[in-house]
Design a protein around this ligand. Structure first.
Ligand code: NI
Length: 139
């Protein structure tokens, strides 16, 4: 039998409440099963890092531009890695929130690394990278 591990998570109660509602809608029997599914999805996505050759990626970020330093940090990271940044689109969603769609190109691990850095910035509320190929292999 596989060894079972337990861990605790610190999370703000509003976010946990939303998560509980979402897992109820999806009819997960409990939080543990839902979190195991999320962890598996995360690990599958990470497998892209092992893919050789160049990939394209689109990263969507949602952030509050009023959080001190967030905008500057996001811009700094992009300038540091400008060889991998093809294009950026910025949308002002409301008084506080901005959406940024960043198109990246490079080796899979480079694109993932830059995305992780951007998503990890303070003030970023949500971030999702979609990795894709150049389509040559798809036909
Ligand atoms: Ni904006």
């Amino acid at each position: 039998m596989e060894e079972i591990a337990r861990f605790s998570v610190t999370i703000d109660s509003e976010l946990l409440h939303k998560f509980d509602s979402a897992i109820e809608e999806r009819q997960y029997p409990n939080r543990s099963k839902a979190i195991r599914g999320l962890i598996r999805n995360f690990l599958v996505e990470r497998e892209w890092e092992g893919v050789g050759g160049e990939v394209m990626g689109s990263l969507t970020l949602l952030y509050d531009h009023e959080t001190k330093g967030t905008f500057e940090k996001l811009i700094d990271i992009q300038h540091d890695r400008c060889k991998n940044i093809i294009s950026t689109m910025h949308i002002h969603l409301d008084e506080h929130n901005c959406m940024e769609i960043i198109v990246l190109q490079g080796l899979a691990y480079e694109v993932s690394q830059i995305s992780d850095k951007l998503i990890g910035c303070k003030g970023v509320k949500h971030g999702k990278l979609i990795l894709s190929s150049f389509g040559k292999e798809i036909g």
